[in-house]
Write a protein that binds this ligand. Structure first.
Ligand SMILES: Cc1cc2nc3c(=O)[nH]c(=O)nc-3n(C[C@H](O)[C@H](O)[C@H](O)COP(=O)(O)O)c2cc1C
Ligand code: SF4
Length: 374
């Protein structure tokens, strides 16, 4: 029977347990996306806190792909030095870290990129303002840029990379009939919608070699009108497996999916936890590469049961680690109480205000305790 604290490996990357820190934008980079000492310290703290694999914030691979303020970037060689410090801090504590590679496409932040966002297609009724439709040549350059960003990640000492094809960003837009209205080669049939992601994977393989872990995060469903469906997602996952992907992190939803966004609120019971568990089981039953499940996992016992039931091989969390960077160490030491995060998403607020994300609930609690003790 597999166990949560057993050693495993993904394409040669050895992991000390089956817990993953899912990619989390921290809003702690410089204005141009360079890694800061604060981010380095946070990654070190996460590694020290026992999580088997850390996935960085989404890092934009071209300037026109920036989604959020103070987001991590990997679009120029000057950024390698800062990223090296990040990987060194993790390795110093025996952890593993991979870089999430992203382009925001339709949802790039027009103020930050200084132009209208580049999109695969213009779509009526989604988002305000002009989009510029990408030419096929632009897409070819973009694919090359993903490969170059992957090479920077490897040079900076990352143990692998993760392609961000979830949550409504560019590569997720490509897979989604709601956003991808192109004709071939990059639109139309399911195979054509998968073409961009498969070419990004091939470009990364060419740059990084066969023995370097390349993972992907993708939606099992978009939960929007005409969005990606579970059946289509499974077919695309098979194509990715055939294309040589090493593991798939299963997520779902987009920013415009309302309550069914990727970071759902009100996870008040074990039943509400792991909201993609049914989808995870379908992925696991269809594929023979490792499946990483994300989305509302809060209890050790829920993860344990999912491992036993063959829902997934790895269990990924984001918000629980914002509140408790040492959650996995706590569980390993025998305190199996569920994660303290109450999933109210308040941590996004300071990130957008330029303070970097932190657990607002925990901070209020600490202030209250301090007031009471004085
Ligand atoms: C502050 C914050 C930033 C996030 N940034 C990213 C990101 O950069 N890339 C990504 O794939 N998902 C991102 N997510 C989504 C999480 O990785 C995860 O899929 C989602 O929050 C559900 O997991 P959870 O319930 O454990 O938080 C972010 C979530 C939060 C709360
Ligand atoms: S503010 Fe704290 S408790 Fe609320 S979702 Fe974020 S990490 Fe969890």
């Amino acid at each position: 029977m597999p166990e949560l604290f057993e050693k495993t490996s993904i394409n040669g990357m050895e992991l000390s347990n089956r817990f993953v820190r899912s990619a989390t934008w921290e809003g702690m980079s410089t204005d141009d996306g360079t890694c800061t000492p604060r981010l380095v310290a946070l990654m070190g703290e996460l590694a020290q806190g026992g999580v088997g694999l850390i996935i960085s914030s989404h890092a934009y691979i071209r300037k026109d792909g920036q989604a959020a303020p103070w987001q991590l970037g990997v679009y120029k060689d000057d950024q390698i030095e800062g990223l090296q410090k990040m990987t060194a801090a993790v390795h110093e504590h025996g952890g593993k870290i991979i870089l999430q590679l992203a382009h925001a496409g339709y949802f790039a932040n027009r103020k930050l990129i200084g132009q209208s966002p580049m999109a695969l297609s213009k779509v009526e009724g989604i988002g305000k303002g002009e989009r510029i439709e990408m030419s096929d040549q632009f897409i070819k350059d973009l694919i090359e840029d993903f490969g170059l960003a992957g090479r920077r990640a490897k040079d900076a000492g990352f143990d692998g990379v993760q392609i961000h094809a979830a949550h409504g960003y560019l590569l997720s837009q490509s897979l989604s009939p709601a956003f991808n209205k192109r004709k071939k080669p990059y639109g139309g049939s399911l195979e054509n919608r998968a073409c961009l992601v498969l070419e990004v994977l091939a470009s990364l393989r060419e740059n990084l070699g066969g023995e370097y872990p390349i993972l992907i995060k993708m939606n099992n469903e978009d939960f929007i009108k005409d969005g990606l469906t579970l059946e289509d997602a499974l077919e695309i996952a098979v194509l990715l497996q055939e294309g040589g992907i090493d593991a798939i992190e299963v997520s779902g939803g987009t920013f415009i999916s309302g309550p069914l966004s990727p970071s759902r609120e009100k996870i008040s019971s074990e039943q509400k936890e792991a909201y993609f568990r049914e989808a995870g089981k379908r992925f696991k039953g269809t594929l023979n590469i490792p499946i990483i499940l994300v989305g509302g996992i809060r209890s050790f016992t829920v993860a344990e049961k999912m491992l036993d039931d063959g829902v997934a091989d790895y269990f990924s969390m984001s918000r629980p680690f914002i509140r408790e960077p040492a959650l996995i160490k706590r569980w390993k030491d025998g305190d199996l109480g569920k994660a303290a995060c109450i999933s109210d998403n308040q941590c996004f607020i300071p990130g957008h205000e330029g303070e970097g994300i932190y657990c607002v609930v925990e901070k209020k609690l600490q202030s209250k305790k301090q007031r009471e003790s004085t």
